[in-house]
Design a protein around this ligand. Structure first.
Ligand code: F6P
Length: 553
């Protein structure tokens, strides 16, 4: 455990406060570029992805930092023990101390098979054996060797899961669609709203549908209810429970509950409690990904993440790309008072990437109690949001350019499109916007410039842009499985770095429990005749109004 309580008591934090007051808050980015022709070279970093020999360029130069800022931020990382916690994670130590668990998703993508242990026991063989099972099963389903109960090939896959058992698979299958077997139809059912499962079932045929029940705990109310609805729907046609074995598989850590549900343990793809839900796409939870894009591509996805893990583990902090990303985030949150962080991929296939990152970042770092059990004296977890560009430009970017809030933003682009339609014109336009947005946010437009364009006096302030609005530009070659793996791992380690500095436990999620418990109680009330009660006046009033409208009073 890190040997400090509050980061804000550390000398480097105090130094950063002073530095912010004297320099940081008045940085004019375009001046920094004018004064230092080497700024781009000095502040951009190339990640070499050994998985597919591609590169990703991370340009941090349009951020509100000087050499001194970075020096102080690195000092903060050192004083807060980021390296120590990182090494503990890679050692399999129980750094998720509120649940007494290791945080070992990095072991799921350990494609180099280096020794990795939890409690002195190697995890490598277990991980590889599940991967082997996933390979065998996905190849059988894709080739048609795996048949439904009437002997037909599987055509539809319905993944039933929520949170990390949904968002990762959805996002990755969307992002890597160009690699997919398009003869398979994929549905993701997560919401307890019956519409979600009903819509998926409407267009599916029980004879050719495979259900993946994805739940780490196998007790999540939404998932189990949706799975039971799916099972009933299936049995309506199939009649015989023995046919379940051909159409339902479980992705879980909980063998007892899987068996109780009626899924044969031969059809269970397991993982361990040291895999957090929001870090589970690399585990058996990624089975829909392997089925859709093929196991070799899934393996590449793991290999890309592994390459980023190696970088994170072995690179000095000054050059460590995710550490720098995390430090910038702390710099904006805690010294500039930024409350949000925007991630806009300039890539339609990455349209669920921001939603995925929301769980990763906000479920991890939406905490206020330190590892020494005190309330934090600083802001933690930023509100992460995003939409793909260029759509986002035509919706909320106005606020980025001229609003009162500082919104640090990440822009992501791949140089090579999977769909270079119209002679590549779309891609060129997309790329132009990627560069233009970051440039516009950074350089702004002065009142003099606006006046110089002959703008009427009363409109000058309205057409002025202050500039110096920070962005990080992430430029990949192409969104391949390995590149996507590395990008996700980058954000995981950014989140890790932030949490280490804030001295919070980024790996539990107690905050989701209270609402779950109350919902269970209220469910019973809704199912019972009469007014119910025992709540505050607002909740009781709302429940009564609902029951009346639903004809249950
Ligand atoms: O309620 C939050 C949460 O526990 C997430 O952390 C998790 O990803 C999700 O629910 C689903 O959990 P499970 O995979 O156990 O169904």
């Amino acid at each position: 455990m890190a040997g400090f309580d509050q980061a804000s008591f550390l000398p480097s934090w105090k130094a950063l406060e002073e530095h912010h007051a004297s320099t940081g808050k008045s940085i004019i980015l375009k001046e920094e570029f004018k004064n230092n022709p080497q700024r781009f070279n000095q502040l951009s970093h190339t990640f070499k992805n050994s998985a597919d020999n591609s590169e990703i360029l991370f340009d941090f130069s349009k951020n509100l930092v000087t050499d001194e800022t970075l020096k102080l931020l690195v000092r903060l990382a050192k004083e807060t023990g980021v390296e120590k916690l990182r090494d503990e994670m890679f050692n399999g130590d129980p750094i998720n101390f509120t649940e007494n668990r290791a945080v070992y998703h990095v072991a799921l993508r350990n494609v180099s098979n280096s020794p990795m242990k939890v409690n002195g026991n190697s995890v490598v063989e277990g991980v590889n054996s599940v991967l082997e099972h996933m390979k065998e099963f996905s190849e059988q389903v894709r080739s048609g060797e795996w048949k439904g109960y009437t002997g037909k090939k599987i055509k539809t896959i319905i993944n039933i899961g929520i949170g990390g058992s949904d968002l990762g698979p959805v996002m990755v299958t969307e992002a890597l669609k160009p690699y997919a077997d398009r003869s398979l139809t994929l549905h993701f059912v997560s919401n307890i709203d019956g519409t979600h499962v009903a819509e998926a079932l409407k267009s599916s045929d029980p004879e050719t549908t495979l259900f993946l029940i994805a739940s780490k705990t196998f007790t999540t109310a939404e998932t189990i209810t949706n799975a039971q609805t799916a099972k009933a729907w299936f049995l309506q046609t199939a009649k015989n429970e023995a046919h379940i074995a051909k159409h339902f598989v479980a992705l879980s850590t909980n063998e007892a509950e899987v068996t109780r549900f009626g899924i044969d343990k031969k059809n269970m793809f397991g993982f361990e409690s040291w895999v957090g839900g929001r870090y589970s796409v690399w585990s058996a939870i990624g089975l829909s990904v392997a089925l859709y894009i093929g196991f070799d591509n899934f393996h590449q996805f793991l290999a890309g993440a592994h390459a980023m893990d190696q970088h994170f583990k072995n690179t000095p902090l000054e050059q460590n790309i995710p550490v720098l990303g995390g430090l910038l985030s702390v710099w904006y949150s805690d010294f500039f008072g930024a409350q949000t962080h925007l991630v806009s991929p300039f890539d339609q296939y990455l349209h669920r990437f921001p939603a995925y990152l929301q769980q990763l970042s906000m479920e991890s770092n939406g905490k206020a109690i330190t590892r020494t059990d005190d309330y934090v004296r600083y802001t933690t977890g930023a509100i992460l949001f995003g939409e793909p560009a260029t759509n986002a430009q035509h919706s909320f970017f106005q606020l980025l350019h001229q609003g009162t809030k500082l919104i640090p933003a990440d822009f992501i682009l791949a140089a090579e499109s999977h769909n270079p339609v119209d002679g590549g014109k779309h891609q060129t336009m997309l790329a132009s916007n990627f560069f233009a947005q970051a440039e516009a946010l950074m350089v702004g437009k002065s009142p003099d410039q606006v006046r110089g364009e002959g703008t009427p006096r009363n409109l000058v302030p309205h057409k002025t842009f202050t500039g110096s609005r920070p962005t990080t530009s992430i430029l990949a070659q192409k969104i391949t499985p390995a590149t996507l793996g590395a990008l996700i791992a980058y954000y995981e380690h950014v989140t890790f770095t932030e949490g280490a500095i804030w001295n919070i436990n980024s790996f539990d999620q107690w905050g989701v429990e209270l609402g779950k418990v109350l919902a269970k109680k209220i469910q019973t009330e809704l199912e019972t005749e009469g007014a119910g009660g025992g709540h505050d006046a607002s909740t009781s009033g709302l429940i009564a109004a609902y029951k009346q409208k639903a004809g249950r009073l």
